[in-house]
Write a protein that binds this ligand. Structure first.
Ligand code: FES
Length: 101
């Protein structure tokens, strides 16, 4: 799937991946602002992204554990997801994420 990240500098970077989490894809491609400090176990929020509204249907909503973690981040809004909790698959093709920073 081709996935686009928009960084805090408004740089748009499209990368391609087939497996793993969206966080891992971002880290492997050095997307600025996505650190994945906890290694993807939903406990750091350094992988916080905002799904561009038109793609929410593709990504789905955050689960309870994820929401609990997001509550600690001031930048959280209704489009927030922890990208380590999103699996890369063809379902996400074309999705755009804004890095929350
Ligand atoms: Fe830590 Fe996603 S990498 S919450």
């Amino acid at each position: 799937a081709k996935i686009t990240f928009i960084t805090a500098d408004n740089e748009s970077i499209t990368v391609e991946g087939t497996s793993g989490s969206v966080m891992e894809l971002a880290v492997n491609n050095n997307i600025k602002g996505i650190d994945g400090d906890c290694g993807g176990v939903c406990s750091c929020a350094t992988c916080h992204v905002h799904v561009e509204p038109e793609f929410v249907a593709k990504t789905g909503q955050a689960e309870e554990l994820e929401n609990d973690m997001l509550e600690f981040d001031d930048l959280t809004n209704e489009y927030s997801r922890l990208s380590c909790q999103l699996q890369v698959s063809e379902d996400l093709d074309g999705v755009v994420f804004k890095v929350a920073k």
